[in-house]
Design a protein around this ligand. Structure first.
Ligand code: NAD
Ligand code: GLY
Length: 349
């Protein structure tokens, strides 16, 4: 078991280990006392992990109510968020109580936002059950739902009080979802840690999952502690995400986030080298890592469509963006570029 301490606007532990879900109740009891929790989960995760989560909390004397929503990104919207807030009110949740996000990034992002809004803020706990949530979304306090105009447009920074990651919950995760999480793992390697990148490039990660998740969380913790509110260094975590967001948009969100990030990293590496911004061509290594993790490497959309999607709301204001350039494998830098340069970057799709 590994415990990683985060010291941001709130201090909390990220606990990572095998079969630790049963300890959730005791941890929450020590944080919140004999309170009440709303367990928020989706229709898939409910089938596998809700009963154990509820039992652990109830066994520690914490009363529970369960809010279950339809699985998928489509549910990450203000309507589901408001239903959750009403549910908390109907169940007479007070400021001494808390929310539990049991699930992937969709559950965690929406629950965190609900926790930041309900009664002007109550605590919440993240119990990530996807690899993506374990290594990325459950840590760092970015919470949001999507608006019709775009992803994550309604959100808040709100740190959890605890992240408890039971690796065993990943045993029921479909392989395609595991692969989506691997895109973020590969991302951490390219941005910060060549050793991690080399370790995960073969795609053989399941035998060392606890260490790999813990390393990713440490890397994220370090950057969040330096730039919690995303005004500088935290933006490095967006490596591959500029084109990934375009790919998600162009596909009408049929291509999941992780797969889009995988392709976005290839485009960013290829463009950065061709445009003379990188010291090393990282493309082949990223392609190999993606392939070995069952992730896509090719983009089916035209450069114009990609750039238009990226620019759809930026064009009107003009200006610049911080593009994440892989200088070498294990070191990324932010490069301020005029938004119109996105057309040049998209040529390398
Ligand atoms: P998700 O929460 O939709 O989970 C993916 C799928 O896996 C869903 O169908 C879910 O029901 C299923 N699932 C989850 N856990 C399971 C399990 N243990 N067994 C079986 N099925 C399981 O998506 P995700 O990929 O975890 O997260 C993507 C979301 O995270 C996006 O909305 C993205 O914007 C957000 N995100 C947020 C941050 C952040 O910092 N807040 C970072 C990265 C991504
Ligand atoms: N996933 C990007 C961030 O947390 O900043």
């Amino acid at each position: 078991m590994k415990i990683i301490n985060v010291d941001a606007s709130k201090k909390y532990d990220v606990i990572i280990g095998e079969r630790i879900l049963s300890s959730l109740g005791k941890k929450c009891l020590s944080l919140f006392g004999k309170s009440k929790a709303v367990i928020v989960t989706d229709s898939n995760v409910k089938e596998h992990w809700l009963a154990e989560t509820k039992k652990s909390l109830n066994d520690s004397g914490i009363k529970t109510a369960e809010f279950v929503f339809a699985a998928g990104e489509d549910s990450k919207n203000p309507e589901t968020l408001f239903e959750l807030l009403e549910f908390a009110a109907e169940n007479k949740i007070t400021r001494s109580d808390f929310l539990v996000a049991l699930g992937g990034g969709v559950t965690g992002d929406m629950t965190g936002l609900a926790a930041s809004l309900y009664l002007r803020g109550i605590p919440f706990v993240q119990v990530p059950t996807t690899l993506l949530a374990a290594v990325d979304s459950s840590v760092g306090g970015k919470t949001a739902v999507n608006l019709k105009s775009g992803k994550n447009l309604m959100g808040a920074f709100c740190q959890p009080s605890l992240v408890l990651c039971d690796i065993n919950t990943l045993s029921t995760l479909p392989e395609t979802e595991f692969a989506n999480g691997m895109a973020e793992v590969i991302k951490y390697g390219v941005i910060f840690d060549k050793e991690l990148f080399d370790k995960v490039k073969s795609g053989d990660v399941k035998s060392d999952l606890e260490n790999i998740i813990a390393r990713c969380v440490e890397l994220k913790r370090d950057v969040v502690m330096k730039d919690e509110f995303d005004t500088g260094e935290r933006q490095l975590l967006n490596f591959g995400h500029t084109m990934a967001h375009s790919i998600e948009k162009c596909s009408n969100f049929e291509i999941p986030h992780g797969s889009a990030v995988a392709i976005g990293m290839v485009i960013a590496a290829k463009a950065s080298f061709a445009l003379g911004w990188s010291k090393e061509d990282c493309t082949a290594a990223i392609v190999e890592a993606n392939k070995n993790s069952n992730l896509p490497t090719e983009c089916v959309f035209s450069p114009e469509n990609l750039a238009d999607a990226a620019l759809s709301d930026k064009k009107r204001t003009g200006g610049t963006i911080n593009f994440v350039v892989p200088e070498t494998l294990g070191k990324c830098v932010l490069k301020k570029i005029p938004v119109d340069e996105l057309y040049k970057i998209a040529e390398y799709k």
